[in-house]
Design a protein around this ligand. Structure first.
Ligand code: KIV
Ligand code: NA
Length: 265
């Protein structure tokens, strides 16, 4: 299968073919996700929550994102691999942002980076794109700004925030972002953005009127318990599957059933 490119994603939008996107943080899961036919694999900074157990995405570092990004890129043959730039790696200074972006591309082997933020970041996003790095934008709920919002609730419910989001989306397209993630915004607003932009809009909790969907792999496989936002569809109950299998192993070790004669040298 041919490698998915940023140009291919724009073509898919033009042809009305929906884009599938899912997170992965390690080699083994990335191989499975890629083999299942995913278009885009996101090495999200949600690794901070899912892999490290932090309450927010804020603590994860550039070095840690590089470790996850490189691990995923090694396991992927077809999907476009996108890595999140973590909190603090591009907000302080455009030059530092470009240096971090270049380093993340060189050291991960990823195809593109994703950055949260709107027109306030026009300068640094433009410089990163000018350096040859494809950038995916991220608007709506931006988890790196959780301390500004105070909650993970739906964003852009009022007209002022919705109009700013639409303006930001147009700025991101204008400066050359190849795609845009919209997280947790009203479906009608997301559909409007998708129809106004020529770059693909990929939603999470943003309804079906956009050009593609993204979910967090541990959530959609049912590994995480107690996280049940309305937008999440669970495609498996791996928490139960894994707990049963591991419990079975514990019991077999205790009983002496494992290993048997064929499972030893
Ligand atoms: O980090 C992440 O997993 C993300 C997706 C939810 C879009 O940014
Ligand atoms: Na993210």
């Amino acid at each position: 299968a041919r490698k998915v490119t940023t140009h291919r994603l724009i073509e898919m939008k033009q042809q009305g073919e929906k884009i599938s996107m899912l997170t992965a943080y390690d080699y083994t899961v990335a191989q499975i996700v890629d083999g299942a036919g995913m278009d885009v694999i996101l090495v999200g900074d949600s690794a901070s929550n899912v892999m490290a157990g932090n309450a927010t995405t804020l603590p994860i570092t550039v070095d840690q994102m590089i470790y996850h990004g490189r691990s995923v890129a090694r396991g992927v043959k077809r999907a476009l691999v996108v890595v999140d730039m973590p909190f603090g790696s591009y907000q302080a200074d455009p030059y530092e942002g470009v240096a971090n972006a270049v380093r993340m591309m060189k050291e991960t082997g990823a195809d593109a980076l994703k950055l949260e933020g709107g027109e306030e970041y026009r300068d640094v996003f433009s410089r990163i794109i000018a350096a040859g790095v494809p950038v995916m934008g991220h608007l709506g709920l931006m988890p790196q700004s959780i301390n500004k919002y105070g909650t993970y609730g739906v964003r852009a419910k009022d007209d002022a925030e919705a109009e700013k989001l639409v303006r930001d989306a147009h700025v991101l397209e204008e400066i050359g972002c190849f795609a845009l993630v919209l997280e947790k915004v009203p479906a009608a607003l997301a559909a409007r953005v998708a129809s106004e932009l020529s770059i693909p809009v990929i939603g999470i909790g943003a309804g079906g009127g956009v050009d593609g969907q993204v979910l967090v792999v541990a959530d959609m496989l049912g590994m995480t318990k107690g996280f049940s936002p309305k937008f999440l569809r669970r495609y498996a109950d791996l928490n139960t599957v894994m707990t049963d299998a591991i419990g079975h192993y514990v019991a077999d070790v205790k009983s002496g059933d494992f290993p048997n004669e064929t499972e030893q040298y």
